[in-house]
Design a protein around this ligand. Structure first.
Ligand code: PBG
Length: 332
């Protein structure tokens, strides 16, 4: 790397003299295949409803989500991540609705797969959409109990695999859950069910709008997830988390949130060289979208932010902007 790079032998602007040249030498590209659309499905809803803190994003009924999936496929998006919004009356302190085999998410997976067998469905594993306290696990003595929670996550995962989910994505951050779930999947003969681990998931205020979207914010009542999600001061710990999840049987690892954590994405990809996803979370999306809608930022900032993820080393990105960006890049 000791080559002399002197002017005028080197004029970096030569390769920027036309759009076609710029594209010809571009190092990173973003395609529809890199984008995953998260979708909120709400019980007992007619049609769709907006989410106040997430501009242009809707909650879908179990029926209307089918049309949305069709639209996504037509827009070039082949992967979706589903999040349930269940009736408050079904939430309890153990999140037992998560283990009901005809709950909203199991039925939705089945009906989506029936009509669109080719779509890749990612199903979240965690208890927060089902608990009346909004935490991702079971509380004992004022503490989210790791090992008690593992048992439930294991059963929840098997149920999601049975329902037809292609990818099971534990987002709960309990220790040891990937190993427990992988073993249970093997034993139940779901040998090709993919585990996408939210391996380095930080305790972040950028999740705020998501918690509104799934109605867990009120239940959480400002309580923190700091006893299980990572401290945003840490980087070495992310390596430790990812290493454990890979050795326990994760096929894909994920970093979350995205934009303030591009250093972690880059480090994880360089260190482990395994499929690495990133989640551009609700707060990141809403910040950009609100500013775009107000005319304060050009709409291209969304694409710019997503290419940033790819440049950092992400193989795919979960983003609420998946559909619109896919339409945009395929029409260019
Ligand atoms: C919960 C879960 C969260 C998100 C995905 N799964 C929120 C949380 O941990 O409180 C956040 C996604 C987003 O903000 O877009 N298991």
């Amino acid at each position: 790397m000791n080559v002399k790079r002197n002017f005028p032998n080197s004029r970096l602007r030569r390769l920027r003299t036309s759009d076609n040249l710029i594209k010809l030498v571009s190092e990173t590209s973003l395609s529809s295949n890199d984008l995953i659309q998260p979708l909120f499905i709400k019980e007992n809803l007619k049609g769709t409803e907006p989410i106040d803190s997430m501009p242009n994003i809707l909650r879908f009924s179990a029926e209307s989500v089918l049309d949305e999936v069709e639209d996504l496929l037509n827009s070039g998006i082949n992967s979706i991540a589903l999040f349930p919004v269940i009736e408050e009356s079904k939430k309890d302190d153990h999140g037992k609705e998560a283990l009901n085999n005809s709950n909203l998410i199991c039925e939705s997976i089945q009906s989506i797969k029936k009509r669109f067998p080719e779509i890749i469905i990612i199903a979240d594993v965690a208890l927060d959409p089902y608990t009346n306290h909004g935490h991702d696990g079971i509380i004992k003595d004022n503490y989210v109990d790791n090992d008690l929670t593992l048992d439930v996550l294991k059963s929840q995962s098997i149920l999601l695999a049975e329902s037809g989910a292609d990818i099971i994505a534990p987002s709960d951050m309990m220790d040891g859950r990937i190993g427990v779930i992988r073993k249970a999947l093997e034993e139940a003969n779901y040998k090709n069910t993919i585990l996408l681990s939210y391996a380095a998931k930080y305790n972040s205020k950028f999740y705020g709008p998501f918690r509104d979207a799934v109605n867990s914010a009120g239940n959480l009542a400002g309580a923190s997830k700091s006893s299980y999600q990572m401290s945003f001061h840490n980087k070495n710990e992310a390596i430790h988390e990812v290493a454990m999840d890979i050795s326990e049987g994760a096929d894909i690892v994920m970093i979350k949130p995205g934009m303030p954590y591009l250093d972690i994405i880059s480090l994880v990809k360089d260190t482990f060289k395994v499929p690495t996803f990133a989640y551009q979370v609700s707060g990141e999306y809403s910040m950009l979208k609100l500013a775009i809608n107000k005319g304060w930022l050009d709409e291209n900032v969304m694409l710019e932010s997503l290419v940033g993820f790819k440049r950092a080393g992400a193989d795919a990105v979960l983003t609420y902007a998946a559909k619109e960006i896919s339409k945009e890049i395929t029409s260019k």
